[in-house]
Design a protein around this ligand. Sequence first.
Ligand code: DGJ
Length: 701
Amino acid sequence: MSILTVEDNKIWVIRTHRADYAIHVDSNGALQHFYWGEQLNTLDEFFEASDQHVWIWESEEGISREEIMPWGKLNFAEPGLKVEFQDCSRDVVLRFDSSVIEDNVLKIVLRDVIKQLQVTVHYRAYDEFDVIERWVEIANIGQESVVLEQVMSAVWHMPVYPSYRLTYLAGHWGAETQLRRELLLEGKKVIEARRGITGHNHNPFFMIDFGETTEENGSVYYGALAFSGHWKVVAERTPYQFLQIAVGINDFDFRWLLKAGETFVSPVSVGGYTARGYGDASRKLHGYQQKHVLRNGDQLRKVLYNSWEATYFDVNEENQRILAQKAASLGAERFVVDDGWFGARADDTAGLGDWYVNKTKFPNGLGSLIDYVKSLGMDFGIWVEPEMVNPNSDLYRNHPDWVYHFPNRHRTEGRNQLVLNLAREDVQAYVYHAVDELLSTYDISFIKWDMNRYFSEPGWPETEMGRDREVWVRHVHALYDIWERLQTKHTQVQFESCAGGGGRVDMGIMRYADQFWTSDNTDALDRLRIQWGHSHAYNSKSMVCWVTENVNFMNGRQIPLQFRFHTAMMGTLGIGMNLNHMTEQEMKEAAAYIAQYKAIRPIVQEGLCYRLSPPEQSDVTAVEYVSQDGQEVVLFTFRHAQHYGHPALPVRLRGLDPSSRYCNSETGEIRSGQGWMSRGILLRLKGDYDSALIRLTLVGD
Ligand code: DGJ
């Protein structure tokens, strides 16, 4: 990144490939936002301090655009920082202290005017993707404890425009990452999680535009929070023409005791800018994730088979062997045994917490199944849910105090289970050792780490006074730490983040996760929408998609195999149906799709994704992937339901070189990139649930 500083004026311009982000210290010593958007040509543009209009009755702070927005004086906007000092004072007024650029990070140190509280704002930029990471460090450099009540990772200030539109992801279990777009009027729009995990209802991601942006054109400010717990994004449109987006740990029920000498570090908030529409914003996020966030981002993901929908809790060595043999014959590269292999697990009422192999189901332990799976040429993966315990388990009988609870209050169960208090060191040790032992004993290459309920009664009665509300954050820190330690020791093991489907999908866990289980909803039609929304924030390599039964378990819908495969081939492909239900012909077809997927895998998993036709706009969904080197193109098209015999509208490609020629691999038709983009492709999709996968190859100028 390049940071241009104009020291005397205390102005910093963070310049990325196509964008500038500028901040400055004002005449009072406060760190103010100055500019974010297209690169400005000359540095002179930054010399003029941003002079605001005066609004009668509104104070200077009321229209201030501080980078931190501490709660104090007459600042009434959503605070970026709120604390309580020991003498009961609760305001913070931050003034510039010093700045430094270290390891490519711009650090600006601010201090409260009275108290010994130091706040360091961090900025790290990724040029290629016009992405900036921001986070804050709060240091108690005094002698007395301080209580943090709200710490936002970033407050992003938007330029002043007459209208603002927010894009976000909403939903619920089985309907995650539904795309939502709405105009913001005065007031606050809050998306958040207050359930202990990232959640199914909202995702910590946003895009802002000015009401006219399209998929390919117009300004978009995009951002996210890299955190897997209790979070909040507040888009606040003030009456004074401003829009600020505060992003960070949710202040609801949060409190952090910062003793003398201690430091609190916020999670990272990611922010970026493009003038080229939502599509480019997503591609930039995808590229940033692939290169800088996603674990093992440079490796292609394997085609996996998962036995959950085939055998549910009834796993045993025999039925898994049969499935493994069939999965291998299809071309699967990894075989994953899901829930049910451990403790007294016959259904969801017992066993969680007891991470030893169930000897009735697997009399030979897991070893002989693993050997068999490996002999078939696949690697072996296993499901765990280590943050959880069933009251009906040895673990809970021995350690009833290990779960979150309030003293003498009812412990509310979800899916017959309670949440282990990962803030406790003894619990952390137990969870780490349980998984470490599994990985040390068996030749396991893949962990599907699940989490199937939200927190309730999040108490920690045994902790020292004032620390109990830290669980919201300590749980997440402990989880990251456990994953990191396991991964340092078992470097070859890949991790999938799952929480009842897509309940833990975010850029925080992404540093430790190789992939996400996108949703338990595997109905291909619903999936088009879930995956469409998901693609706005996350890359396709991280998005795991299974092909499941002909009759879908959620809605009974029957969709042809081709449509189901094509839908699942748009991310990391998995197979989840009961292979014993497949005819010989279906097995043959499935094997052919898997072989085809392997051939296009680098394009889908690592290429540039162009969303051409949204599932909710017409009866056609179309998504295109262009390989990084621009040589190959894969287009997926889906006809949901044909009405009145209407032919499907042509699909116009994007992202091609207009003057190069591309050949349709199936028909042999050769046209210029401009031709494919302007005239488009005539689709021959008919009836319900028809789909096509079309490949183009560059043949030169
Ligand atoms: C929820 C997950 O999302 C499913 O894929 C499966 O692993 C079940 N849990 C197992 O209990």
